[in-house]
Design a protein around this ligand. Structure first.
Ligand code: SF4
Length: 225
């Protein structure tokens, strides 16, 4: 897994030909705005992003001369997130988002979920974290720290939205995003195992091949013990 310069160029051509940023913005425009108190407690981890979102964010940071700074933060996050809980690499010291105008769907939807859905998502994440802990213990003889395994973003009671959106609407948006990403699969720019990645992973794979990135991450984990 790697995102080469050639893959980025081919992706950007497809984005232009098929007007994909405009499609992305149409999906975002369906999310009702809400009021948030800016505590940034929901920004305490790296988040999922579709490939089209990564391209949009990559373009934004490049045009705003932020790439070097972003890569530094992304690398620090990616290589250390198994050792300690790290906030999203795009969260600034003043608790604002470095990429706010182009932030991913998952950030835009946070606060729109019911408490039940939020808790059920957390249960799923916890299961994955425990499975990861078992994997690292079996293969490398180290356990992940409890703060990493049990890390939880609490449900936000402060967020206010006049017209909350239901799960069906959210699922429709997610399907629409997948439809956009599928276009890169059909052009052989992406492979299927790349469809479900965090924003940190997308950036990391522009610089490191999967094996190299993974080795470096595991060495941080085993040396951190
Ligand atoms: S991308 Fe921005 S809004 Fe989303 S989690 Fe990171 S800092 Fe928060």
């Amino acid at each position: 897994m790697e995102i080469t310069k050639n893959a980025l160029n081919e992706s950007n051509k497809l984005v232009k030909i098929n007007n994909l940023i405009s499609n992305l913005e149409t999906i975002y425009s369906k999310i009702p705005s809400g009021e948030c108190n800016g505590c940034a407690k929901c920004c305490m981890e790296s988040v999922h992003a579709f490939y089209i979102e990564f391209l949009n964010i990559y373009d934004y940071v490049t045009k705003n001369d932020l790439l070097e700074n972003v890569m530094e933060k992304v690398e620090d996050h990616y290589f250390n997130e198994l050792v300690e809980v790290k906030p999203c690499p795009f969260l600034k010291e003043d608790k604002t988002c470095l990429i706010y105008p182009v932030r991913p769907l998952v950030c835009r939807l946070f606060g729109h979920a019911t408490k039940e859905v939020h808790e059920s998502n957390y249960a799923h994440i916890l299961e994955q974290n425990k499975a990861a802990d078992d994997y690292f213990f079996e293969n490398y003889g180290v356990h992940l720290n409890d703060e990493v395994v049990f890390h939880k973003i609490e449900y936000c009671e402060q967020f206010y939205c006049e017209k909350p959106i239901n799960e069906n609407k959210k699922n429709e948006m997610i399907d629409d995003m997948f439809m956009i990403d599928t276009q890169f699969l059909m052009e052989d720019i992406l492979s299927e195992n790349m469809l479900n990645m965090s924003i940190t992973n997308w950036f990391i794979y522009t610089k490191y091949a999967e094996e190299e990135a993974s080795e470096k991450r595991i060495s941080h984990l085993t040396n951190g013990k």
